[in-house]
Design a protein around this ligand. Structure first.
Ligand code: FAD
Length: 384
């Protein structure tokens, strides 16, 4: 008989929402902790930026549109609305508001909202020594702190909030501005600045070139950050490698009772989140079995060696490219689903090629008619 597990999910962004749905579907008892007052995570646009006192979760800028076409922004049985049924934005690569509306609809339609404790920031998670359960401690909006025991914890706290800052020699003397993409919202403050060049704001590059600038804009990525996890003996972060994690999800020593959703990057995010969540739910229920701890560790070691062999730096451990589809198909097969449909693969590769070409405005050059024809089934078979 399938096992029902009392599970805490940390975060109600896309990862937490789909994890909660899959866990509930599999018969688990689910509580989602969300520190903000609404679902959507990254997709909730927040005009404020980090200050000394408050760290802002969101990193969206005001005019952001998705970098994947809408057909790749949905879930398997809950596709993203097609251009004609769009409720906000008819473009192939919609604006962020539409993604948020889609996620809110998802939360409502699958009853996930009822599982969420809003305004509840998880501040500590540790393994209770007596019963092998997890203690989860959270702080409510009113400042009160509470604790509850869970058999399993799924971490879905998002990984695009803590800027990874480049260590540039001489930066301590830089008199110009510095901003990380996390804190960029609107272009107005930068308008006309190039016109003004200062002697003391010189940037030197490796190839000997140099230029004067008023502002260094860091697009240097983000740090994984789990300030609430007291599990250093099972998992740690070293040079942005969260490890050891089997298939970027399970730390072998405590699998399947602790898991992570959404660690991979350079991926088709929503598909990855959904398949990881299905896998976690089915492993917890006992429908899918994990190998022994030793075998999982050996697999992780082999993966690390492979990365070293191809010269992939440690801080890119969770970058799936160019093996995104292989990873998704592996997850799909674990949960007895067919492989990713061919049109999705073609579409995904076409977008990646567009990114690589560096052509500005690739979203508007996208052949919407051609790709809509290819993917028409995605818009017509939906459960919406
Ligand atoms: P998040 O969306 O970050 O959600 C995490 C949630 O956890 C948040 O609600 C947060 O409040 C909550 N949380 C965090 N800590 C705690 C805590 N201690 N206690 C309780 N709650 C907590 N993906 C795409 O597919 N297409 C795109 O076009 C795309 N564009 C992007 C553009 C930008 C600028 C960025 C930053 C990301 C983009 N992404 C895109 C990736 C995006 O992060 C994913 O789509 C998705 O939001 C990841 O979902 P998540 O649930 O893992 O994390």
């Amino acid at each position: 008989m399938a096992r029902s597990v009392k599970t805490a999910v940390i975060g109600a962004g896309p990862g937490g929402l789909v994890a909660a749905r899959e866990l509930r579907r599999e018969g688990h008892e689910v509580t989602v902790f969300e520190k903000s007052t609404r679902v959507g995570g990254t997709w909730v646009y927040d005009p404020s930026t980090d200050s000394d006192r408050v760290a802002v979760h969101g990193s969206l800028y005001r005019s952001l549109r998705t970098n994947l076409p809408r057909q790749l922004m949905g879930f398997l049985d809950y596709p993203f609305p097609g251009p004609s049924e769009s409720f906000v934005d008819p473009r192939a690569f919609p604006a962020h508001e539409e993604v948020l509306a889609f996620l809110e609809g998802f939360g409502r339609d699958f009853g996930v909202l009822e599982m969420v404790r809003f305004g509840a920031e998880v501040v500590r998670v540790w393994l209770a020594r007596d019963g092998g359960e997890w203690s989860v401690e959270w702080r409510n909006d009113d400042g009160s702190v509470a604790e509850e025991r869970f058999e399993a914890v799924v971490v879905a706290n998002g990984h695009y909030s803590v800027p990874r800052i480049a260590d540039i020699p001489g930066i301590d003397k830089w008199r110009g501005e510095q901003i990380h993409s996390h804190n960029y919202r609107i272009p107005e403050p930068f308008r006309d600045q190039v016109k003004c060049v200062h002697e003391d704001c010189e940037v030197e590059f490796d190839d000997g070139a140099s230029l004067h600038a008023d502002c260094i804009f860091y697009c240097t990525g983000y740090e994984y950050h789990f300030p609430f996890l007291e599990t250093n003996e099972f998992i740690s972060i070293e040079d942005n490698r969260v490890g050891p994690l089997y298939k970027h999800v399970f730390p072998p020593a405590v699998a399947p009772w602790l898991s992570f959703v959404g660690i991979p990057n350079k991926a088709s995010f929503f598909m990855t989140l959904e398949l990881q969540s299905k896998w976690i739910a089915q492993v917890l229920s006992g429908k899918v079995t994990l190998s022994s701890q030793e075998t999982l560790m050996a697999s992780i070691e082999a993966y690390y060696q492979e990365l070293e062999h191809v010269g992939q730096p440690k801080h890119h451990t969770h970058s799936l490219h160019p093996n995104e589809i292989e990873y998704l198909n592996w997850l799909a097969s674990e949960v007895s689903l067919p492989s990713i449909e061919e049109w999705k693969i073609q579409m995904y590769h076409a977008v990646i090629e567009s990114f690589k070409s560096g052509i500005d405005g690739f979203r508007d050059d996208w052949d919407t008619e051609y790709w809509t024809g290819k993917s028409i089934s995605a818009f017509s078979k939906g459960a919406r």
